[in-house]
Design a binder for this molecule. Structure first.
Ligand SMILES: [Zn+2]
Length: 255
């Protein structure tokens, strides 16, 4: 799996997909509005994350638009975390939290506005919120280091590894929030446990049937773009990633 980093994020998304299905299949009359709300949040998270991980045109939108949507969606998830920890979590408070997080996102370091959710440390999800902040910070740092290195460099693997980790952290946070607000307010371990069992199967399947991710020492990253995707084949299909990497034509000459 070490050289198959093109599928690491898709593997991590198996956990998000499992809890999405668990949420959809547990919709019941007593909690129907909440169940639809959390199922909707999980479906959007899964679709956007999977589209970016696959890095192909999907749901009729081009890749750059999907990456931008995911970046905005990241802020919405932050808002839900803030609203959950700081308020009574009614619709008006959720709306105000979304406005607050979007306003902050235009400020320097505004993407870390979620740190205010740590004020109530040690809340039951403080530790995973801290992990979300740390993974977000490392993603930004690694992306800066990637400029000037090749697509075959270790940095792109580090970036993909932290991204896959951030997907697992996000899935855990959303599931935790859902259980916290849904009657009978008990954390359901089974769905997360099933998600991680499915993850092990997904890794095993990729190990056996997926070929190594195509990379090249000749393809150098010249700018961050929207975060260069790990596979050279996917880079060639994405105009933004293609514009962030040099020597792709030379690479073709060696095919
Ligand atoms: Zn791209």
């Amino acid at each position: 799996m070490f050289n198959k980093h093109g599928v690491w994020c898709q593997c991590a998304l198996v956990v998000t997909m499992t809890i999405t299905l668990a949420s959809i299949f547990s919709i019941q009359t007593l909690t129907v509005s909440q169940d639809i709300f959390w199922s909707g949040i999980l479906i959007i998270t899964t679709v956007l994350r999977f589209s970016v991980a696959e890095h192909r045109k999907m749901i009729g939108l081009d890749m750059d638009t999907i990456v931008r949507l995911l970046n905005k969606w990241y802020i919405v998830i932050d808002s839900l975390i803030i609203a959950s920890v700081m308020t009574t979590f009614n619709l008006w408070e959720i709306f105000l939290s979304i406005v607050f997080s979007f306003a902050c996102s235009y400020l320097p370091y505004g993407r870390y506005s979620i740190v205010i959710a740590l004020i109530r440390w040690p809340d039951s999800i403080s530790a995973i919120i801290a992990l979300r902040i740390v993974s977000n910070y490392y993603i930004q740092q690694i992306m800066k280091k990637m400029v000037g290195t090749s697509v075959a460099d270790l940095n792109i693997k580090k970036l993909t590894f932290v991204r896959a980790g951030s997907i697992l952290i996000e899935a855990n946070i959303i599931w935790h929030l859902r259980c916290h607000h849904r009657f009978p307010h008990v954390y359901r371990y089974r769905a997360i446990l099933m998600g991680f069992i499915n993850l092990i199967f997904a890794i095993g399947w990729c190990q056996m049937y997926v070929s190594e991710t195509k990379v090249s020492y000749r393809a150098t990253i010249t700018k961050i773009g929207h975060g260069v995707t790990p596979s050279l084949n996917a880079i060639k299909q994405c105009p933004v990633c293609k514009g962030s990497v040099t020597s792709l034509d030379i690479e073709d000459a060696f095919d």
